[in-house]
Design a binder for this molecule. Structure first.
Ligand code: ADP
Ligand code: MG
Length: 478
């Protein structure tokens, strides 16, 4: 006799009805619609993901018992959930989710051989009794230096790490320029959760990888497997979300994963290189979800934070360095932390290669090489050199304490350009001009501005130097 889904489900309901309260029965089971029975898989439609989650968490053994009685031990249950009813613009979207936990197979993560759970990661490894997290254990909160530039992001990250999925910071979106610590911080959150709650499935994935997996899944006709894998994640860390810009299909898929995880109280953590307001090439419905939780930015670290970061790195490497060298580096590299690290690594290499101490001189030469190499724009050394050449003085003269008029004007012009062309703070500019304080720097800039208004020859000279830079000031770029 061929069974049909309706009959099978009605029989299941009888079994279930014997074991649950009337209230539970009405709330959770009556709204379910049996859809089909094929290959011994019974598909039932549940109204929301929340209902699906609740059934799985509270009644899975009972469901299993009913399915066993009706379809035998090989019988399976599959939920269909309407995730998105659709509208004129977006079509309706439903997903099918196989039942997760069954008495024969208590932990779905162990069932890695079932195709539908197969990890889309190329090399899928197991860690403990679950999937690998792809987190890098070197990133933690202890070695993430706190400063004004990252305080909100760091403390929100800590709150999420302690209570994933429970705080209102869901999703947590960290944004900021390259090399400011986004990846470090989200990995620290992931590592913290894993350490404190081994049962949780934390997954770190870059959006580039996610996109490639998605394309691969489409190509291999394995969307279901791909979705099923991601729907099991408890804490999803998606790095560099801006990468999804313009990728409509990948975004759509992420949208559904996002909805499912979010509704089920799972934690989502994302990073982008700019604020959600500035993201382009994203569907509105996805962008609006990015704003549901908390967005926190990471800014360029201030001087004290840069010094602390350098010290921490040196300590980790077991290397000693004079404080004046550390300060010189901190004053010279203020773009991002990755560049700061690059300088330290290269300094260490130089020192061991040439068997010499890391002193100020070595630091200066290394930074000159690196900065000019990384950043083709005008930097403070170039400014000082060109200005000195133009006025027929030396770079050292510009840093000298002397107040001779023939030195004061070139010095002020160089300071003026430093302000125009670099992102250095007034304090750091002063540092590069013989350790002058910031009021001297302000005064210099003011004097140049005054002279530009009144003195035509002076203005022509300034313009000529400016031409030699062949690039517009930082301030006016973008
Ligand atoms: P992003 O992902 O924002 O481009 P990363 O997280 O990769 O930046 O950071 C670049 C490097 O700088 C990493 O090696 C990271 O450990 C380091 N770094 C960034 N911010 C900090 C910080 N506040 N404390 C310590 N190290 C940091
Ligand atoms: Mg990163």
């Amino acid at each position: 006799m061929l069974k049909d889904s309706k009959t099978v489900w009605n029989n299941c309901l009888k079994i279930i009805g014997e074991s649950v309260s009337e209230k539970d029965f009405r709330t959770w089971f009556e709204p379910i619609v049996p859809l089909r029975l094929a290959n011994n898989v019974l598909t039932i439609q549940v109204p929301t993901l929340y209902v699906h989650e609740h059934l799985e968490n509270n009644f899975v053994y009972l469901l299993r018992k009913a399915i066993d009685a009706e379809l035998g031990p090989e019988g399976r249950l599959e939920y269909q959930v309407v995730i998105d009813k659709g509208n004129e613009k977006n079509r309706a979207y439903v997903i099918n989710i196989p039942t997760n936990k069954t008495p024969q197979n208590k932990d779905p993560k162990v069932d890695i051989h079932a195709d539908k759970y197969k990890s889309p990661f190329d090399l899928y490894e197991l860690e403990g009794n679950g999937y690998a997290s792809y987190l890098n254990p070197i990133y933690n909160f202890d070695n993430f230096i706190e400063g004004d530039c990252n305080r909100l992001a760091r403390s929100a990250g800590m709150a999420v790490a302690q209570k994933p999925g429970i705080t209102s910071f869901n999703p947590l979106l960290l944004y900021g320029g390259v090399g400011l610590g986004k990846t470090h911080l989200v990995q620290a959150i992931g590592n913290y959760i894993k350490q404190h709650d081994v049962g949780r499935f934390v997954l770190y994935v870059s959006c580039e990888k996610f996109t490639n997996q998605f394309i691969e899944a489409v190509r291999n006709n394995n969307m279901q497997g791909f979705m099923n894998f991601y729907l099991q994640v408890d804490v999803l860390v998606l790095d560099d979300v801006q990468f999804l810009s313009g990728k409509e299909k990948t975004q759509e898929c992420f949208f559904h994963i996002f909805n499912h995880l979010h509704q089920a109280g799972k934690q989502i953590i994302m990073t982008t290189d700019r604020s959600p307001r500035e993201l382009v090439g994203f569907e509105d419905r996805l962008l609006s979800r990015f704003k549901w939780g908390l967005s926190a930015d990471l800014q360029q670290p201030d001087l004290e934070t840069r010094i602390a970061i350098i010290q921490k790195k040196l300590q980790a490497e077991g290397i000693a360095m004079d404080i004046d060298v550390i300060e010189y580096i901190a004053h010279s590299i203020d773009t991002n932390v990755r560049e700061l690290e690059g300088v330290i690594v290269s300094l260490m290499a130089q020192a061991s290669l040439n068997r010499r101490e890391i002193d100020l001189d070595l630091a200066k030469r290394t930074i000159q090489n690196i900065v000019q190499h990384v950043d083709k724009e005008v930097n403070i050394e170039v400014i000082q050199k060109r200005v000195a050449e133009h006025f027929g003085v030396t770079v050292d003269d510009l840093k000298d304490k002397s107040r001779k008029k023939e030195l004061v004007v070139p010095r002020q012009v160089a300071i003026y350009f430093a302000k125009e062309y670099t992102d250095f703070s007034l304090k750091s500019i002063g540092y590069h001009f013989g350790g002058r304080d910031h009021s001297t720097v302000i005064h210099a800039i003011q004097s140049v501005n005054d002279m530009l208004k009144t003195d035509k020859d002076f203005k022509a000279a300034v313009q000529e130097i400016q031409k030699s830079f062949k690039t517009r000031p930082n301030k006016y770029s973008n």
